[in-house]
Structure formats: structure tokens, C-alpha cells
Design a binder for this molecule. Structure first.
Ligand code: NAP
Ligand code: GDD
Length: 322
């Protein structure tokens, strides 16, 4: 069994939970940064394993990150913490920039001071949102960024800092440019979970309609469980570098509705869906689809869960939970 140690920021989030499970299954000692004095999501982490060691801290608080590094003395650090909801980032741009952008720099700098010999390997949760108003399709590791939200701009800053720490200080720092990935653990504010939760409730007679924004938005949606595997693989490589992680398939919000409603036996979903300007964004990302040939070639990574299986599984999980 390995005795490697990992420190995860954002451990209470969707990816943090899946990554914890993956690392525990590989024999890692898992540490997590958890914010707030009484975080209600602590229980989710404790459900996965009481052995996970939690360190109170916040990405905007450099000293708390330094303390967590000292206490955990990790071999690998996964920076998954972020204000991650794009719509919210427009309403809270400065805070998003502090957490999602400068927060990553705080982690990089704390690692550099704690570990001048570059023993620690670092993973940054970069995002396909950085491609924004896409400059080519599909998007690859070399596609130019065109951020369309405070979230995306903050992620682009964090991405460039990760590359810079790698090049300037020789740090084993890699960024995964991950396309949308979902699961029953997805936050209810994101569109796939919002739809699958509502569809389950509608099928059970608990709700009549769902209010959405842009139904034509198209994304490359995969399963979060597959994607955390890619994060881990990136840190097992001899050389650090960045990878696009995606399924290569494009689907619209309408496709999500179609599959989710059909799965509970409701055809003609339009009667249950209202569009609401409140859910439109000041500047939208119309479509994102990734080419992860590099990940296939160098990490032997491939998405294994189809879009249809993903959405049906999310509906099933909601029905069971009610
Ligand atoms: P998520 O479920 O929203 O989780 C975000 C995590 O960040 C939570 O644990 C949250 O903690 C933590 N956090 C927020 N503010 C913080 C702060 N000030 N200090 C420390 N931690 C803070 O996100 P996710 O879907 O798991 O995504 C993980 C990462 O990948 C994020 O960086 C996201 O931007 C990025 N990403 C996600 C996707 C995707 O499709 N899921 C795609 C590309 C990139 P609380 O529980 O305390 O709120
Ligand atoms: N959330 C939400 N709610 N989105 C809606 C709605 C709605 O009611 N109606 C339409 N949409 C559209 C959004 O406008 C967007 O174009 C698309 O559905 C997906 O929205 P989200 O599920 O909120 O995800 P996202 O693509 O904006 O961002 C997610 O993926 C990024 C990777 O590309 C987040 O997980 C980011 O953190 C991540 O970086």
C-alpha cells in the first residue's frame, strides 16, 4: 500500500469528493482544506471516510494554506477550490477573482516556500470556460483563450500562473483543462442537476415546471468520476504539462431535457419548461467541445460514460432520493 499524502482544496465539492474516494482507494492519506468555522458540507466528507484529515482554511487566507501544507506535508496538492458557478461570478466578480484566481496563486506560492526542492506535485483545476468565445473547434491545449465571465478570467489567470511556476521555478505543476463534468453530486445550481432534480420531482407530482435560461447552449458533458482519474494520472507523469479532458461530444440543454423527461416517461417536455431571462448571462458561452487526443495518447485516458447514461443515472439518483 502506498503511503503517499495528498492535500485537496475544494474537498467538499463534487470533484473533491470523487477525488478523495479515488485517492483513498489507492492507499493515499488524504487531507483537505475546509473553509468556515462550521462548514455544513463537512458531513459529506466524513461520510466518505472519517480518516480524511480536514484543515480549516480558505484560499484567500495565505497563512491558512501554509499551515495546512505544514501539517499535511503532502506529496501531491490538488487545487480544486473555487467560486465555480459562472452565473454567480458576474454578481461577485471581485470575490471570484480573489478565490478562483488569486487563491490558486496563494497555493502555488505557499508550496514554493514550503518545498524549495520541488518534491510536491501540483494540479490546477483549469476550465474549458477559458476558451469562452471559441477561436477554433474542437478546443485543444493550444487553442487561444477568450474568457467571457469573471470566473473564466480568474481561471485563465490561475492557469497562466501555474504554467509560470512550472517554467520559472521548475515546479511539477500541471493544469487540467476540464470540460463540464457532472454527477448526482453536482451542485443543484448547475444545469444538468437542476434539470434532473426537477424532472424527478415533476414525475413524482411534487413540482409542475422548471425555469431555465438559454436552451440552445451546448456543452461537452462527461461524468465527474472519469475526470478525477485524469487529474491523478497527470500527477503520475514524469514531466508536468497541461491536458484537455473532454468527451469530444457536443449536446445542448434541450438534449438534456429530452433524455431526462423521456426517462421518466414524459414526452413533450415543453409543457413543463419555461424560459426566464433571470437565468441568462450578461455574456454567454454558446458552445464548448474538447479534443482530448493528447490525454488519450499520453495518459491513456478516455471518458467511459456516455451522455445518455450520465443523464439517466442522474435522474435515477434523484428519484431514489425522494
Ligand atoms: P464545486 O462543487 O463548486 O466545489 C467548489 C469547492 O471550492 C467547494 O469545496 C467549496 O467549498 C470550495 N471553495 C469555495 N470557496 C472557497 C474558498 N474561499 N476557500 C477554499 N475553498 C473554497 O466545484 P467542482 O465541480 O467540484 O469543481 C472543482 C474545480 O474544478 C473547481 O475549481 C471548478 O472551477 C473546476 N472545474 C469544474 C468543472 C466541472 O464541470 N465540474 C470543469 C472545469 C473546471 P464550500 O463547500 O465551503 O463551498
Ligand atoms: N446553471 C444554469 N441554470 N445554466 C443554464 C440554465 C439554468 O437555468 N439555463 C440554461 N443554462 C445554460 C448556461 O447558460 C450555460 O450555457 C449552460 O447551460 C451550462 O451551465 P452550467 O451548468 O451552469 O455550467 P457552465 O458551463 O456555465 O460551467 C460549468 O462548467 C465549466 C467548464 O466548462 C462549471 O462547472 C464551471 O465551474 C466549469 O469550469
Amino acid at each position: 500500500m502506498s503511503s503517499r499524502r495528498a492535500l485537496i482544496t475544494g474537498i467538499t465539492g463534487q470533484d473533491g469528493l470523487y477525488l478523495s474516494e479515488l485517492l483513498l482507494s489507492k492507499g493515499y492519506q488524504v487531507h483537505g482544506l475546509i473553509r468556515g468555522q462550521n462548514n455544513p458540507k463537512r458531513v459529506l466528507v466524513e461520510e466518505i471516510s472519517p480518516e480524511i484529515v480536514l484543515h480549516e482554511g480558505d484560499l484567500t487566507d495565505f497563512a491558512s494554506i501554509a499551515r495546512a501544507l505544514k501539517a499535511s506535508d503532502p506529496d501531491e496538492v490538488y487545487n480544486l477550490g473555487a467560486v465555480s458557478f459562472v452565473a454567480h461570478s458576474f454578481r461577485s466578480a471581485l470575490h471570484t477573482s480573489n478565490v478562483t484566481g488569486q487563491g490558486a496563486l496563494n497555493v502555488l506560492e505557499a508550496i514554493r516556500l514550503h518545498d524549495p526542492d520541488n518534491r510536491i506535485r501540483f494540479y490546477q483545476a483549469s476550465s474549458s470556460e477559458m476558451f469562452g468565445k471559441v477561436q477554433e473547434t474542437p478546443q485543444t491545449e493550444t487553442t487561444r483563450f477568450y474568457p467571457r465571465s469573471p470566473y473564466a478570467a480568474a481561471k485563465a489567470f490561475a492557469h497562466h500562473m501555474t504554467v509560470n511556476y512550472r517554467e520559472a521555478y521548475g515546479m511539477h505543476a500541471s493544469a487540467g483543462i476540464l470540460f463540464n463534468h457532472e454527477s448526482p453530486r453536482r451542485g443543484p445550481e448547475f444545469v444538468t442537476r437542476k434539470i434532473t432534480q426537477a424532472v424527478a420531482r415533476i414525475s413524482l407530482g411534487l413540482q409542475d415546471e422548471i425555469r431555465l435560461g438559454n436552451l440552445d447552449a451546448a456543452r461537452d458533458w462527461g461524468f465527474a468520476g472519469d475526470y478525477v482519474e485524469a487529474m491523478w494520472l497527470m500527477l503520475q507523469q514524469d514531466e508536468p504539462r497541461d491536458f484537455v479532458i473532454a468527451t469530444g461530444e457536443l449536446h445542448t440543454v434541450r438534449d438534456v431535457l429530452e433524455i431526462a423527461f423521456a426517462h421518466v416517461g414524459i414526452n413533450g417536455w415543453a409543457a413543463h419548461v419555461a424560459t426566464d431571462a433571470e437565468h441568462l448571462r450578461p455574456s454567454e458561452v454558446d458552445h464548448l467541445v474538447g479534443d482530448s487526443s493528447e490525454a488519450r495518447a499520453h495518459l491513456d485516458w478516455e471518458a467511459t460514460t456516455s451522455f445518455e447514461t450520465l443523464i439517466k443515472g442522474m435522474v435515477e439518483s434523484e428519484v431514489t432520493a425522494h
